[in-house]
Design a protein around this ligand. Structure first.
Ligand SMILES: Nc1nc2c(ncn2[C@@H]2O[C@H](COP(=O)(O)OP(=O)(O)OP(=O)(O)O)[C@@H](O)[C@H]2O)c(=O)[nH]1
Ligand SMILES: [Mg+2]
Length: 399
């Protein structure tokens, strides 16, 4: 029963609450609406800063792309970005990063700039500074708040600062990072901002410094439906992010199991004929593909990780254990469904029924709920663990 141990009290309470307050069909209806909304929800992130500060490079890194990959934002040493340009995430296109024109030209006026770039369409701004904190940063930060929007302040190219300062005998990385942070915080405080936060980042080494903290802060401050979309799209580059992705995906499992069980005609483990399994299969294929992409286990992401870490794709693949680490197809899911142990699923069904008795009144009973729950949980555990091991394998070469 290992795979069910993860169903914690909070989740059981959540399921009970959803089912107690209304009849089963309306609870299921609500969950379906939630999924439909999830499909439509967009996250628009504006990335701004002085020309050359690394906006386009950040946009590519955030989307898991190299600067020369197809669909990447153009980067370089001459001014390149003139119009706001949307760059959809390659795997989750509802997440768009907008490359905005550079700020800080002699005629720069923050309020006019924000109107020009149509500030209203963004969920939040990321201001990138690659050098000292300047007046244009302060003006822009202030004006974004005036427009009732949020911003996150990034101090970029930390790797090149470290490289340059390392030549000094007195070099101390922590002190240097502290000094950079303080300079930016002081500048932001002078605009009247209370306890501002600054994130130190290197787009060439996104897994170091403050990227985790930035992600955590964004996640905390976004409304739930947007938070889930962000979690999927984030580059899976640290163990912390890997864990948080798992948690976010975990939250959907009972909902999917319930929707699936309310429409399934036959309890799955009892049949062999593939024709009768349909709704469940498409739900599973869809969800498992989402896991696969969110954890960066697809061939493209592994290739990128290999380039970053210096380990070959084969070396990375060698630590993968889950049989799901191939393309997730209908056939594969049907095999999983028909091979899930009837005994395990039956005892799981009893277990769920004991916790949440109303499941007994589902169209196909608690057995179908248990099957979907069991499978998704097992696959999520397996893929999250594989992703975790791949990250560790990749990190080992970097030190
Ligand atoms: N060392 C280092 N270089 C970086 C980093 N981010 C960007 N760069 C380099 O800085 C230069 C400018 O980066 P871009 O991403 O093109 O800058 P931008 O802000 O989009 O510039 P414009 O489009 O002209 O406004 C490029 O040569 C990048 O390779 C970083 O984190 N570290
Ligand atoms: Mg650019």
């Amino acid at each position: 029963m290992d795979d069910f141990d993860t169903i914690d009290d909070a989740e059981i309470k959540e399921i009970r609450r959803a089912l107690d307050s209304e009849d089963l069909p309306s609870a299921v209806g609500k969950i379906k609406d939630y999924f439909a909304q999830q499909e439509r929800v967009e996250l628009n992130i504006a990335v701004t800063g002085e020309s050359g500060s690394g906006k386009s490079t950040f946009i590519n890194a955030f989307r898991g792309l190299g600067d020369e990959d197809e669909g990447s934002a153009e980067t370089g040493v001459v001014e390149t970005t003139i119009q706001p340009t949307a760059y959809p995430h390659p795997k989750f296109p509802n997440v768009k990063l907008w490359d905005l024109p550079g700020i800080g030209t002699p005629r720069f006026k923050a309020d006019e700039y924000l109107k020009q770039v149509e500030f209203a369409r963004y969920d939040f701004f990321i201001i990138i500074a690659s050098d000292r904190f300047r007046e244009c940063h302060a003006n822009l930060a202030e004006e974004i708040l005036n427009m009732k929007k949020k911003f996150y302040f990034i101090r970029s190219k930390i790797d090149s600062n470290i490289q340059a300062e390392k030549r000094k005998k007195t070099f101390n990385e922590a002190d240097m990072l502290d000094a950079i942070r303080k300079n930016c915080i002081k500048g932001l405080e002078e605009t009247g901002l209370l306890s501002p936060t600054v994130f130190l980042i290197s787009c060439f080494k996104l897994d170091l410094y403050d990227f985790n903290r930035l992600e955590e802060t964004m996640e905390k401050e976004l409304p739930q439906h947007k938070k889930d979309v962000l979690m999927l799209a984030l580059p899976n580059i640290t163990l912390e992010i890997n864990n948080r992705k798992k948690k976010a995906l975990q939250g959907n499992i009972w909902k999917l199991a319930l929707v699936s069980a309310s429409i399934a005609a036959v309890p799955i483990p009892l049949i062999n004929a593939t024709a009768s399994i349909s709704a469940d299969v498409s739900i599973l294929v869809y969800e498992l593909n989402k896991y696969y992409k969110a954890f960066g286990l697809d061939p493209n992401s592994l290739q990128k990780l290999s380039e970053r870490s210096g380990k070959s794709v084969n070396e990375l693949r060698a630590v993968l254990k889950s049989p799901l680490n191939t393309e997730i197809t209908k056939d594969l899911v049907i095999r999983l469904l028909t091979s899930s142990s009837l005994f395990l699923v039956e005892s799981a069904a009893e277990y769920f029924l004991g916790l949440i008795p109303v499941l007994g009144s589902l169209a196909s009973g608690s057995l179908s709920f248990a099957t979907i729950y069991y499978l998704l949980q097992r696959c999520l555990n397996e893929l999250a663990e594989d992703a975790h091991n791949v990250l560790i394998a990749a990190l080992q070469t970097e030190v």
